[in-house]
Design a protein around this ligand. Structure first.
Ligand code: NAD
Length: 300
């Protein structure tokens, strides 16, 4: 059984991206730049934002930090996004979700210039992804594909079962895997799926993005399947300094006995998401400068 370490792979991706960013800076006399917008004081969002800024610093990507109190109006936030769209030094814009209830997340996502949409959530980028055109691709599904590629797991002709149909994971994941360069047969399951186990059981590759501990158990998985656990669930744990432990959607202990390969949580898909965000920022910077990213070495 192979443990698919997103932690190790993300270190490789980050080192490669750092090298490309150095070459970018030599050529354009500036670093790629990511604007990170945080609204409110949600602890999980604060942690994610901190990790993203830290990764920028490690890789030689400039970051512009913008923080607002949770009572900011939608108009003020949209004005901020418009300013970042117009700022020639900003290559990528990330507005950390979730936003307070009084702000329409879709309106904010749609306000971001698609060329700076490093999260890959803008309808224009999602549409291009579906059509198989070049776009900025959502970081988590892109990270999952990178894990499969790195560990030599083929998707051609394979049955893939994705559990979860969110706009940020399940749907873009399905769109990527059904493209001609991937050739998977994709099934997307969700909360209204009848007899979930019957779909999971026939899959060569299972991708769980549910947000529920033990949603995928060993009896649901066929022998030798590849299992990708996207879920990140915080479980209270007084023995931890943070007061919680991170668990995936998959019953790792038992499923790992049947799977041929599996991602752990933590250390699986999570670290890849940040790695892909850094790569997307580099890509956005290249496209904005009219440069071909492949000129900076490596495959992207
Ligand atoms: P979401 O809540 O938007 O979507 C969850 C999906 O699961 C829904 O489509 C729902 O229909 C489906 N679902 C819920 N209960 C189900 C059930 N019993 N059976 C089948 N399907 C069911 O969540 P999301 O944003 O896609 O995130 C999913 C999980 O992935 C969460 O744990 C989240 O924290 C994690 N996540 C991780 C990363 C990462 O970097 N690793 C990134 C994004 C999300």
């Amino acid at each position: 059984m192979l443990i698919l370490s997103g932690k190790d792979l993300s270190a490789i991706v980050k080192a490669e991206t750092a090298g490309k960013c150095r070459l970018f800076e030599n050529r354009f006399s500036r670093k790629p730049c990511l604007a990170v917008v945080l609204v409110g004081t949600d602890p999980a969002s604060q942690t994610y934002v901190r990790s993203k800024k830290k990764a920028c610093e490690e890789l030689g990507i400039a970051h512009l930090d913008i923080e607002f109190a949770s009572d900011i109006t939608q108009t003020q936030l949209l004005e901020c996004v418009a300013d970042l769209n117009a700022n020639p030094l900003v290559d990528g814009i990330l507005v950390q979700m979730p936003l307070p209830r009084h702000i329409d997340e879709l309106a904010v996502t749609e306000a971001i210039d698609p060329a700076k949409d490093v999260d890959g959530f803008h309808p224009q980028n999602i549409g291009k992804l579906l059509l198989g055109q070049r776009s900025l691709v959502a970081c988590t599904p892109k990270g999952v594909l990178r894990i499969l590629d790195h560990y030599g797991i083929q998707t051609d002709g394979k049955d893939v079962c994705i559990i979860g149909r969110s706009n940020i994971v399940g749907k873009p994941m399905a769109a990527l895997l059904m493209q001609r360069d991937r050739n998977a047969t994709v099934t997307v399951c969700h909360s209204r799926t009848k007899d979930l186990a019957s779909y999971v059981r026939r899959a060569d590759i299972v991708i769980a993005a549910v947000g529920c501990v033990n949603a995928i158990t060993a009896d649901m998985v066929k022998d030798g399947a590849v299992v990708i656990d996207v879920g990140i669930n915080r479980i209270p744990d007084p023995t931890k300094k943070t007061g919680f432990a991170l668990k995936g959607d998959v019953d790792y202990e038992n499923v790992s006995k049947k799977a041929s390969a599996i991602t752990p949580v933590p250390g699986g898909v999570g670290p890849m998401t940040i790695g892909m965000l850094m790569e997307n920022t580099f890509l956005a910077a290249c496209y904005r400068e009219g440069a071909d990213p492949s000129e900076f070495g490596g495959a992207v």
